[in-house]
Structure formats: C-alpha cells, structure tokens
Design a protein around this ligand. Sequence first.
Ligand code: ADE
Length: 244
Amino acid sequence: MIGIVAAMEQELAAIVAAAQAEGPLTTQTLAGQQFHHGTLGGHQVILARSGVGKVAAAATSALLATMADTMVMVGTAGGLGPSAPGDVVVATELLQHDFDARPLWPQWVLPGVGESRIPTDPALTELLGAAAETVCAEHRPDLATLGLPAGQARRGLVISGDRFIGSLAASDALESGLPDALAVEMEGAAVAQVCRTAGVPFALARTVSDRADHDAAVDFSAFLDQVAAPYARDLVLALLRHLD
Ligand code: ADE
C-alpha cells in the first residue's frame, strides 16, 4: 500500500482525478482528514492532502503511516542555490530549518532523532529521481505557458519550516546557514520524521515554483494552478511506472 501526500488541494485533485480514471475511490475520514483509497498505475494507493505546515503534515502522515507501507510526498518548493522554477528537486535528506532547541541541543538537531538531517529511503529516492528525470525530459506545455524553460531534476537537501520564504533576506539567511540546501518548503521534513519513527520508507519530490524571494508569492499562485498540479500527478505516475 503506497501512501501519497500533497500539501495543496490542486495537487491532490490532479492525482485523485488520475486514480478515478482507473476506478472508483473510497474515502475514509480519520481525525477530520480524508484518505482516498483506490488504484493508481495498477498499485493500491491511499491519497491524502496534508494541508500547509509541519503540524498539518505530521498529523496526516502519522495517520497514513498506520495504513501505508511506503510513503511519497509531492508538491512545490522555493528554489535555493542553483534550483530554478521548473526544476524538480528530489530529497536525499530533509531538515527542519526553524527547529532550534539551543542551548540544549545544537541548532536543527531533533532530540529523540539525534540528528538534524533525516535521509529519505535510498531505493525509493532512486526511483523517484528517475521519475523526475522522465518528467523533466518531457515537453511541458504547462511550463511554456508561464514562459519558463524546461527544468532539470536535482537531488539533495530539502529544508522545511513553518514560514513561506518570500524575501531575498530570508532566502539568503537560509542559504548562508545551509549552503547545500536545494529547496525550501513547509512540510517535507515533518513527514520524513514521522516516517522515520514509524519505520515507513519515504521519498519526496518538489517542483520549484519560485526563487523564495520577493516575487515568490506572485509566482507561487500562478505556478500552483498551471504547473504544480500536472507535475505532481505526472511525478507520481512516473514513479509508479518505475516501481513495476
Ligand atoms: N513552497 C513553494 N514556495 C515556497 C517558498 N518560497 N517558501 C516556502 N514554501 C514554499
């Protein structure tokens, strides 16, 4: 059973529509959250919208981890370092950039986990990386409508926090503390922590929607409607094909 999580309604709706094209879904409500059970790409899946932020993502993923034996998250992120809009970043590890229990523990270190960076599952990440290459190599009319060139697949550190990064000062501060970070979003590291505790293999891919600067909010809403949803769906479908 593969659990698939997206933060935003538009992204999940595109994945739900693809599953509905394969057969009817049944919807279960647990602790006020909906879980859609069905088939996608011939695999048994549970689809869930986490909502925005680490608390929402942790709540959804903890429930999902009781039902799924593999979990994948897709969505958007702000680009850091070399990452540009249209790129797909596949996480090899995730960190909560706003977690700070100093002086009791070093910055970013999660007590209980014992480290700051949570690695994703290597085998699943390899397959998701291949899916990202496939999706980036396709001709994307969705990117072209926003005047964006074809993106590229990247692998590396994704950082999460309860803050939309929408200024150069904020993204510069993140980049100077964590120079190898490729993308910033608001949920992934929470899902990674829950999956690690639950022993569920986890992988994450994020389509870069903005450069986490002063244009980020404007870019984000256009991107979400026109690009994020089809990318989320196509990344999941490509991953499921690679899983066969
Ligand atoms: N998700 C997409 N863009 C983002 C940004 N700039 N900051 C945080 N999360 C994001």
